[in-house]
Ligand binder design. Structure first.
Ligand SMILES: O=C(O)CCC(=O)c1ccccc1C(=O)O
Ligand SMILES: [Mg+2]
Length: 324
């Protein structure tokens, strides 16, 4: 016997969370609950403003229609669904089928959003691999170069992940590279999407010896994973990619090409983030996922994130907008 519920959530964000050009004050999304007899599976559907094409409202309407068919015993038509809807529903089906292992990888690559000195201190206390992520491309490229250099000099074992989100022209990218001493460039595990076009990013990697990773490019029309000089990693943001099956396929293609797959957050609530940590432990066990986004919220949802002190809203406190 199938039944399902659709919950709506709104969670307050920390002040100063900026997505591209927009301040994100409240994170909005949906939680689907699929039941079959005594078993239950959850999924989160949360289009990310400025990144997803669909709005939360459109995603919610589509999810409800699909749930209506699902409870009648029909299969979910995930191929034609919005990526966020396809991800949330396929994750709920996977959990319902017992296919998502319970153990998660809760190690994170700390995101440096404030004072670099705070991060240096945090990293010096971090056991194991010292991986950190810094957003670049927001201020002067020269400053970004100096910050990267400073981190590598302060913590020689560091594996820095930098993310320029396609902000730089080739000239700006060169200005950045100039400030990272050649002997320090290996301390950069990868730099995500340095330039506005993939071609310019590839040329940058070849000219500078700085390894790059694809993130936005993974969602470009016609993208295929392939080994290319200078490319070492593929960032997978399931909420933006689509079905769990497509994510599994991307992970496999990435590994077959000899590259690193990094499961990363699209600012899901703690419920969705926990599922991503479980997906990462299962599919990319040797890699620290890019999930350090709980700190951007002011509240959690249902499943607490390890070591977070933020208050937790239970699912039972949310409005059920549809059930059957
Ligand atoms: O990848 C990570 O480590 C954290 C997630 C992250 O950076 C991110 C989260 C939401 C939207 C865009 C981005 C981004 O990669 O710029
Ligand atoms: Mg990125």
């Amino acid at each position: 016997m199938r039944s399902a519920k659709l919950y709506q959530y709104q969670l307050p964000m920390d002040t100063g969370v900026i997505l591209r050009d927009q301040r994100l004050v409240t994170r909005e999304g949906w939680i689907v609950e699929l039941c079959n007899g005594d078993t239950v599976g959850y999924g989160e559907i949360a289009p990310l403003p400025e990144f997803s094409q669909e709005t939360a409202e459109q995603a919610g309407e589509q999810a409800q229609k699909m749930l209506e068919s699902w409870v009648k015993g029909e299969a979910l038509e995930l191929a034609s669904a919005f990526p966020s809807v396809a991800f949330g529903l396929s994750m709920a089906e996977l959990e319902l089928a017992g296919g998502l292992p319970s153990e998660g990888n809760y190690q994170v690559a700390p995101l440096c959003s404030g004072d670099p000195d705070d991060l240096v201190e945090e990293l010096s206390k971090m056991p194991g691999d010292k991986v950190a992520k810094i957003k670049v491309g927001m201020y002067e490229a020269v400053r970004d170069g100096m910050v990267a250099n400073m981190f590598i000099e302060a913590i020689p074992a560091i594996r820095l992940r930098l993310d320029a989100n396609r902000k730089w022209t080739p000239l700006k990218a060169q200005q950045f590279a100039k400030y990272v001493k050649p002997e320090h460039r290996a301390g950069i595990a990868f730099l995500e999407e340095p330039c506005k076009t993939p071609e310019d990013s590839l040329a940058f990697a070849l000219e500078t010896g700085i390894n790059i990773a694809w993130d936005e490019t993974v969602r470009d029309e016609g993208f295929e994973v392939k080994a290319e000089p200078g490319v070492v990693a593929i960032v997978i943001k399931p909420t933006l990619v689509g079905t769990v099956q497509r994510c599994l396929e991307l992970v496999k293609q990435t590994h077959d090409a000899g590259l690193t797959a990094v499961i990363s957050s699209s600012m899901e609530s703690s419920l969705g983030l926990n599922q991503l940590a479980r997906f990462a432990a299962w599919q990319t066990p040797a890699v620290i996922p890019g999930l350090d986004t709980m700190q951007l919220f002011k509240a959690q949802l249902e499943t607490p994130w390890p070591n977070s002190n933020l208050p937790v809203t239970a699912l039972s406190e949310l409005e059920v907008v549809w059930q059957n």
